[in-house]
Design a protein around this ligand. Structure first.
Ligand SMILES: C[S@@+](CC[C@H](N)C(=O)[O-])C[C@H]1O[C@@H](n2cnc3c(N)ncnc32)[C@H](O)[C@@H]1O
Length: 315
C-alpha cells in the first residue's frame, strides 16, 4: 500500500520512538522526500514546535511546498544534507536542535518516474541524479570513467562480483555507441553477466552508479558530522539506511563517538575532553513483519539512533 502522495515512509513509529519528539521542539528532517516523516514530526511537536526540512531533489521541495503551504511550522530548503551544519546554522534562529532525521536513499516517486533514470525496468534517459540541476548524469559518468574505475565503483558500491565483466562490456558498448538509456544499460549488463540469482542482473550496477553519481557515501559522512555538530546536548539523531555500506558508516560513527577517546582508554582518569560524546539509543531496528507486508521497500531498512551527551565541538 502506497500513500496517496507516492511514498510510504518506513519505520515511522520506530523513528518517533527513537527521537521522542517533545512538544515545542525544533527538529531537522534532512531527507524530506514526500514528507511522511516530517508530517508525523509536525504532529508530535504541536503548535509551538517546528521542522526544518532539506531535500536535494527540486521535485520533493515543490511537492512539499504545495502540500504544506498552510503550515508555517515547516521550512523547506533545497540543499544537500552534506551541508547540514551550515543550513541549520543559517535557519535555526536560536532554536536548539532536538533531533535530526536522515532517511537515506531514493524515494518511490524518484524510482517510479522513468524520466529520472533510476529504474532498470522502465526506459528513460540514463540520469540518476537526485538533483538534476547539478552534477554529472549517470550517462556522462559511464561515458567518461575509465574501465578500472568503473569496475571499482561497481564492485564496491554495488557489491557485484561480476564487476570486471560488466565494466569491460560497458567500455566495449560505449566504443560503438553512447550509452544514454536505462534499458540500454540494463541489457548490456544482462548480457555481460548471464545467469540470475533472483534479482535482475542490473540491480547492483544501477545501485552502484546511483551511489557514485550522487556521492551518497560522501554525503552521508558529511551529514553525520553536521548532524552531530548541530544537535543540542540531549538531542538525538536517527538514521535509516538501506545499504550495508551506509549502515557500516553510521554504526562506526556512533560507536566511535560513544566511546572514550582511544588515546585515553584504560587510563585511571579520563579527561573531560576524551569522554564519550554520544550515547547509542536502543539497538538497531528493522521493520516488523506487518510493515513488510505493507511496504516491501522497508525490507533492507535499518534504523540507528544516538543522543548527544556533551556540549562542544567534534573530536
Ligand atoms: C527515502 S527518501 C525520504 C522519504 C521521506 N522520509 C518521506 O517520508 O517521504 C530520501 C530522500 O532524501 C533525498 N536525499 C537523498 N540524498 C540526499 C542528500 N545528500 N541531500 C539532500 N537530500 C537527499 C532524496 O532526494 C529523497 O527525496
Amino acid at each position: 500500500m502506497e500513500h496517496a502522495d507516492g511514498h510510504e515512509p518506513v519505520l515511522v513509529e520506530e523513528v518517533l520512538e527513537a527521537l521522542s519528539p517533545v512538544a515545542g521542539g525544533f527538529y531537522v528532517d534532512a531527507t524530506f522526500g514526500r514528507g511522511g516523516h516530517a508530517a508525523r514530526l509536525l504532529q508530535a511537536v504541536g503548535t509551538a514546535g517546528s521542522v526544518l526540512a532539506l531535500d536535494r531533489d527540486p521535485d520533493a521541495i515543490a511537492a512539499g511546498r504545495a502540500r504544506f503551504a498552510a503550515d508555517p511550522r515547516l521550512e523547506l530548503v533545497h540543499a544537500d544534507f552534506g551541508r547540514l551544519a551550515e543550513i541549520v546554522a543559517s535557519h535555526a534562529r536560536g532554536r536548539p536542535v532536538r533531533g535530526v532525521l536522515l532517511d537515506l536513499g531514493v524515494s518511490s516517486p524518484q524510482i517510479d518516474d522513468p524520466q529520472r533514470g533510476f529504474s532498470f525496468t522502465k526506459d528513460g534517459p540514463l540520469d540518476m541524479r537526485m538533483d538534476p540541476t547539478r552534477g554529472v548524469s549517470a550517462a556522462q559518468f559511464v561515458a567518461s570513467t575509465e574501465e578500472r574505475e568503473l569496475q571499482r565503483v561497481i564492485a564496491e558500491l554495488g557489491e557485484e562480483r561480476h564487476a570486471r565483466r560488466i565494466a569491460r562490456a560497458l567500455v566495449e558498448a560505449r566504443n560503438s555507441a553512447p550509452i544514454t538509456r536505462t534499458l540500454q544499460l540494463a541489457e548490456i549488463v544482462r548480457r555481460a553477466v548471464r545467469g540470475y540469482d533472483g534479482k535482475h542482473p542490473a540491480t547492483r550496477t544501477f545501485q552502484a552508479l546511483r551511489m557514485a553519481v550522487n556521492d551518497e557515501l560522501g554525503q552521508l559522512r558529511a551529514a553525520l558530522v553536521g548532524a552531530f555538530d548541530s544537535l543540542a546536548p540531549g538531542g538525538r539523531m536517527a538514521v535509516i539506511s538501506f545499504h550495508s555500506l551506509e549502515d557500516r558508516i553510521v554504526k562506526h560513527f556512533i560507536r566511535e563517538r560513544s566511546s572514550v577517546d582511544p588515546v585515553f582508554a584504560g587510563l585511571p582518569v579520563i579527561p573531560a575532553s576524551a569522554q564519550p560524546l554520544m550515547r547509542e539509543v536502543g539497538r538497531k531496528r528493522r521493520a516488523t513483519e506487518a510493515e513488510l507486508a505493507r511496504n516491501p521497500r522497508a525490507r533492507s531498512a535499518v534504523l540507528r539512533c544516538a543522543e548527544r551527551i556533551v556540549a562542544g565541538g567534534a573530536r
